[in-house]
Design a protein around this ligand. Structure first.
Ligand code: PGA
Length: 250
């Protein structure tokens, strides 16, 4: 049985003071939840303060992005070593907003994933189709390209440190959630791709999170789907009661 994993992506929506307040209010509620891995993903600058606050708790802290080079003249970028020093054990790569607003490509996403795995960190690889791709019937083709480009050639040991987040672009921050059956269908397809790239056993152990307007009201039905192993939550993770509601549902 895969343990589910709920991670709150705070995007560029909290100052450090707000991030500390949010982390503080999650502490009490989450210590009483068992059987679910929980993480928060603050903006870079808030990471050290949130790590300090959550030290000794079961809530992990991750980063929203990372750069693939180890160090050097890369103005504005953050390396794996810097994240590890700050107390982060994992980072997202290929989030839809980075792909679609910041122009990140599949090859760049792959370099970032490789850098995380080489540094001993875990990765959440985000994939998902646009509304145009869904309407054109090319959802599976899009997912296949992103998953293959993201993971082909990764070793079995490394694959176990990767979570795939299926986040249909049209559902992120829009209030439109994929139905439980649309999400399950995409997750089953991704699980099949993972089995092809690795093996059934490894694919069965890897977690596939759903993301895109997850809220307490829809989390229960999504999480009961056999291939949905957790949630990557944006907007609702900024409200402690909503995030806790989703964690309880998982
Ligand atoms: P949302 O964001 O929950 O606000 O749709 C999800 C995400 O971007 O990971």
């Amino acid at each position: 049985m895969r343990k589910s994993f709920v991670a709150g992506n705070w995007k560029m929506a909290t100052t450090t003071a707000q991030a500390k307040a949010l982390a503080g209010s999650l502490l009490d509620g989450i210590t009483s939840v068992e059987g679910v891995d929980v993480a928060v993903i603050p903006p870079f600058l808030a990471i050290p303060a949130v790590v300090d606050l959550l030290r000794g708790s079961t809530i992990a802290v991750g980063a929203q992005d990372v750069y693939f080079e180890k160090s050097g003249a890369f103005t504005g970028e953050i390396s794996c070593e810097m994240l590890i020093e700050a107390g982060c054990g994992f980072a997202l790569v290929g989030h839809s907003e980075r792909r679609h607003i910041l122009g990140e490509t599949d090859p760049l996403v792959r370099k970032k994933l490789d850098a995380l795995l080489a540094a001993g960190m875990d990765a959440i690889l985000c994939v998902g189709e646009t509304i145009e791709e869904r309407e054109a019937g090319s959802t599976e083709a899009r997912l296949e390209t992103q998953v293959r480009s993201g993971l082909e050639g990764v070793t079995l040991e490394q694959a176990r440190r990767v979570t795939v987040a299926y986040e249909p672009v049209w559902a992120i921050g829009t209030g439109k959630t994929a139905t439980a059956s649309q999400a399950q269908e995409a997750h089953r397809f991704i699980r099949g791709l993972l089995a092809g790239l690795f093996d059934e056993e490894t694919a069965g152990k890897m977690r596939i999170q759903y993301g895109g307007s997850v809220k307490p009201e829809n989390a229960g039905e999504l999480m009961t789907q056999p291939d949905i192993d957790g949630a990557l939550v944006g907007g609702a993770s900024l409200k402690p009661a909503s995030f806790l509601g989703i964690v309880q549902a998982a």
